[in-house]
Design a protein around this ligand. Sequence first.
Ligand SMILES: [Zn+2]
Length: 312
Amino acid sequence: MRPSTSRCPFAHAARSPPPASCLQARVPDASAASESAPVYDLVLMPTLSTVITELEQLAPLQLAADWDNVGLLVGSKRPTIDRVMTCLTLTADVAREAVAEQADLIVSHHPLPFRPVNQITDASATGGILLELLSAGIAVWSGHTAWDSAAEGINASLAEKLSLQDVSPIEPDTATPAVGCGRMGMAPASSTVAELAQTLTAALGCPGCHVAGPADRLAGRVGIVCGSGGELVAEVAAAGCQTLVTGEIKLHNALDATARGLAVIAVGHHASERFAMEQLADRLASRLPALHCWASATETDPLVWLPTPSSL
Ligand SMILES: [Zn+2]
């Protein structure tokens, strides 16, 4: 447990010392304290187990894809914690920020580790990051496809930004059909593909996007798959959509989409998901006010558009 300057709204003076796990700081207040009755600042700091329970209400792990690696990936559930940083991807720069800012937990959308690791050494980028986090006592939890699919998750948020109506999952979860993989819904009646693209790039703050298919056509029924949506082109078309909104798509998947009558809007993988890690930090903080939560300030989209002389 690290000292913190944050004060919990439930903080109060206690006549007898509280358990060490709850004791955040002793308050030197001469007017209130006497020699026989020391004053302690009691802060109800949650255990990592409690924080995970809240995270998994926001992103239920049963919604994750079979191939995914989600939940607590590094650390112990037992310690109390007070500083949580969210990010899209746990890079070396993001790990350094977590160490410098004394985070106790990183909520990384993309899992780390993702695949099984045989060694944890600094001979690999993943091993180096894990070593740094382990030596700093920082835990890692990932929601990934569970957060993509959740009721307030990434695809649902994108549908809201696009003002879609009659929104439902593209592939409903068998146990809870109101949520599931992707979202689809009707675009505002007169919206064209180009107008939908402008709405989304403005909402996400990205400088532009890729569009495949006729941009002046009505957007109609829109399917949303955050991140990389190319593998779901057939499902989105079969669901009756006329437009696919995603982060990134390969050339051949885009050609497959247009051959099936689907227009495609691709805003970039980072842009399609990163905003939701800021939302997740806010939602966690509102559920557990004793926590200090923030989204990584150093994380940026590694792919940037470089204007060429002819386009200036
Ligand atoms: Zn992603």
